[in-house]
Design a protein around this ligand. Structure first.
Ligand code: SPD
Length: 362
């Protein structure tokens, strides 16, 4: 710790006895999802020492949460996973008296998130986004021509197109609850359907495409798209924009685009929540409140390229980000987005089995 930071930490501890007793905080967040100095700023402001771990899959987080005693104080489940984890008693109710920055949040988006957590009792929105298609503009045009259907899931779900893109590399998210519904949507089925037959049809399409898919992974595609090691990725909006940014910085002529397919796409909310067995709940509230600070939120959105739900932050969000319909979709595009279905254990089992078959053929 440098001298300046140490002094700030000491000052914060001396002026706030509550913080002095809550000196540590264990955070578990998605990878590539926070600005470089956010944690440092929080530590300097509060005197709380943070340990920060990352994951790239809701299933991984869920396994830890359901097992209990994770040791984490703040985690970031996506809204649909949050709902069933709340039902399993995994999260503490928020003490809103410790979250004055809630006033910064957009009431409409918080209302949408309340569909998964009535009254926003257990969580607040960190960021939100869509699951769409990231692509290397030149590599795709070279193989499919200028009329490549980059605005459609047919870019990758039509086997003829996927076959032509195989050599430059297609990656799929390793996220069954997003990939199977996307395939169902492409087939004209309700992506929120839990009918076994519909889920099977979605999975069957993905199985047909699997020979053309280089890998299933939920974070590697950022650097691979940026470096030109793959040319198409089903990915999360901000991650694809991060790839675009890295590619532009590398100046190797790689240009990345992000498309929300015209057939529709998943819209999701990632939520800040406190595990019920957290040992540092005051510090956890202090962190969540800090993350809702307008300036901190704007810095995070400007760094990770994800939309936030913090109205007060918007004047500080870069114009380029605010104006990008891939990040903040237009009303017309929004009308085509669907919210994730919360699956029962039975549906979960069906999806898990189908997903194993999609990935391994068995
Ligand atoms: N790199 C950060 C990725 C965050 C993605 N959140 C997952 C949303 C799942 N629907």
């Amino acid at each position: 710790m440098n001298k300046l930071l140490a002094t700030a930490v000491l000052a914060a501890m001396m002026t706030n006895p509550v913080l002095a007793t809550e000196k540590v905080l264990h955070i578990y967040n998605w990878s590539d999802y926070i600005a470089e100095d956010t944690i440092k700023q929080f530590e300097a402001k509060t005197g709380i020492k943070v340990t920060y771990d990352v994951y790239d899959s809701n299933e991984v987080l869920e396994a830890k949460m359901l097992a209990g005693s994770s040791g984490y104080d703040v985690v970031v489940p996506t809204s649909d996973f949050l709902q069933r984890q709340i039902a399993a008693g995994v999260y503490a109710k928020l003490d809103k008296s410790k979250l004055p920055n809630l006033k910064n949040m957009d009431p409409e988006l918080m209302k949408a998130a309340a569909n998964y957590d009535p009254g926003n009792a257990h969580a607040v929105i960190y960021m939100w986004g869509t699951t769409g298609i990231g692509y290397n503009i030149k590599a795709v045009a070279k193989r499919l021509g200028d009329k490549a259907p980059i605005d459609s899931w047919s870019l990758i779900f039509d086997p003829a197109n996927a076959a032509k893109l195989k050599d430059c590399g297609i990656s799929f998210l390793d996220a069954s609850t997003e990939m199977i519904p996307a395939a169902m949507n492409y087939l004209g089925l309700d992506p929120r359907s839990t009918k076994k037959a519909d889920l099977e049809k979605g999975a069957a399409l993905l199985e047909k495409i699997r020979p053309f898919v280089r890998y299933f992974h939920s974070s590697q595609y950022i650097s691979d798209l940026a470096n030109g090691d793959i040319c198409v990725a089903v990915g999360w909006s901000g991650d694809v924009f991060q790839a675009r940014d890295r590619a532009a910085e590398a100046k190797k002529g790689i240009e990345i685009g992000y498309s929300i397919p015209k057939e529709g796409a998943l819209q999701w909310f990632d939520m800040l929540a406190i595990p019920v067995d957290s040992k540092h709940k005051d510090a956890a509230h202090a962190f969540i409140n800090f993350m809702m600070d307008a300036k901190i939120t704007a810095e995070n959105t400007n760094f990770v390229w994800y939309a936030n739900a913090n109205k007060a932050s918007m004047p500080m969000v870069e114009q380029e980000i605010k104006d990008d319909p891939g990040i903040f979709p237009t009303a017309t595009v929004k009308a085509r987005l669907w919210g994730a279905k919360v699956y029962t254990k039975r549906t979960d089992r069906i999806i898990t089995r189908l997903w194993t078959k999609v990935k391994t053929g068995k």
